[in-house]
Design a protein around this ligand. Sequence first.
Ligand code: AR6
Length: 171
Amino acid sequence: MKIELIQGDITSIPCDAIVNAANSKLVGGGGVDGAIHRVGGTIIAQQCAEIRQQSGGCPTGEAVYTDAGNLPARFVIHTVGPIWQGGMKNEPELLANCYRNSLLLADRLGVKSITFPNISTGVYGYPKEEAAEIAIRTVQEFADKLHSIEKVIFVCFDSENVKIYRALLSQ
Ligand code: AR6
């Protein structure tokens, strides 16, 4: 399995599955979530509403999926990162769960390539360096347990995250 790093807008990068940093009600919002709903179109919100009706939404650390609408992908995997509250509220485990559960779900869907944003590092306030270490470590730990996934792409929007990921991935 290959790990790549790209700086840019996750909605413009073709892949099989795009991971969204959603909220637990799956109601859409700002940041990457807003961009994914805007570009993907209303089908994503419609399917999120169905999930909400069936199961109430998506708990922190879990992952669900919808179609990708007009995005250059087959699926959107919606995962919910933890809100940073100082680090003593299980945030590291919950953030690792986001990456783990998104990978497992994507693998079950037969996904070959998957793009991840820097979950929780925007509105949810997770420190970027710590979040990047968890993201990379969790993906690397799972590499040999996955069957269909051939490529994981970390998509960094801001230059601070790009620098952090570049340094960690070159170690
Ligand atoms: N492509 C890739 N990354 C992006 C994009 C984009 N188009 N736009 C922003 N980012 P955030 P969170 C980066 O706030 O912290 C939403 O309202 C951004 O630079 O999108 O998990 C949801 O509905 C940052 O590094 O997600 C939730 O309520 C990263 O994406 C809440 O925000 C995550 O920032 C989730 O907060």
